[in-house]
Design a protein around this ligand. Structure first.
Ligand SMILES: [Zn+2]
Length: 268
């Protein structure tokens, strides 16, 4: 099977590849590695899936999982620990430095994905920290890791999801929205990105409670990101949803002394 980083770094392959061969030059848009068949012959004579085919399958799965283009390139391998200072202790981080917290979060996210890929349903993570500290990168990396391992994933940016569910966007398809809500309950990995960055009402609390409660009862792995602390989460979500969120997700702090997205690293 192709590795995720081979696939996300091979985005030019649909266009015939930057270093296409003579056939690709004659037939622009045709994969230079398989000539468009989707299969290649390995050195041992066995047929194998070409990178272009695996790439197309992953790209379709990423779109279905609602990963935005920038997030489709986020992997565990390009989550750069070098962005996190090794000498700065973090307030509330139990004496740990930014680097130690990030290393722990990365290791836990990898372990979680390995367990889901193996057919188990481990407790997920609640990635906490200020804007720009890498939470979304880690969450998207987990989503991509499991998509390439053919697990069902849904990545919801919570404020957008709630707006969509409410039918605030014109032309919204009611059946489609109901299906989306069902998928949020049942996928192997649900990511709730940016939890808390939206207006709360009884209705939004009820929607989130329904999803969290279902996933807790079914023991399904959930990963969430938030820049709120526990007190703010409790006020916004309410006790019942917060207790389910904490049952589903182990809190995991990330911190950085600068916004790593501004360096272009989180989206690289
Ligand atoms: Zn090919």
């Amino acid at each position: 099977m192709w590795e995720l980083d081979d696939l996300v770094s091979g985005r030019d392959i649909d266009n015939g590849g930057a270093a296409g061969n003579a056939e690709a030059a004659v037939r622009p848009g045709v994969c230079p590695e398989c000539g468009g068949s989707g299969f290649i012959l390995r050195q041992d004579g066995q047929a194998a899936v070409c990178r272009c085919y695996a790439h197309k399958r992953l790209a379709a799965a990423q779109r279905a999982a609602r990963l935005q283009p920038a997030m489709q390139r986020m992997t565990f391998a390009n989550f750069s620990l070098a962005c996190y200072p090794a000498n700065a202790q973090v307030t509330g981080g139990r004496g740990q430095t930014c680097y130690q917290l990030a290393r722990t979060a990365l290791a836990k996210a990898r372990q979680c994905c390995d367990a889901v890929a193996a057919g188990r349903s481990p407790r997920g993570l609640l990635l906490m920290g200020q804007v720009g500290c890498g939470k979304t990168h880690l969450a998207a990396a987990a989503a991509n890791d499991l998509l390439v391992r053919r697990k069902s994933v849904l990545f919801l940016v919570v404020p957008d999801f709630l707006e969509e569910l409410r039918g605030a966007f014109s032309g919204v398809d009611e059946l489609e929205v109901r299906r989306l809500n069902e998928r949020a309950k049942t996928v192997d990995l649900l990511v709730l990105d940016d939890l808390g960055s939206h207006n709360f009402s009884d209705w939004t609390r009820s929607v989130l409670f329904s999803i969290l409660n279902y996933r807790m009862n079914e023991g399904l792995t959930t990963l969430a990101t938030t820049n709120l602390d526990f007190t703010a989460l409790q006020e916004l979500l309410g006790d019942r949803s917060l207790s389910r969120l904490l049952s589903l997700c182990e809190p995991c702090l990330l911190a950085c002394d600068h916004d790593i997205r501004l360096q272009g690293l989180e989206k690289s």
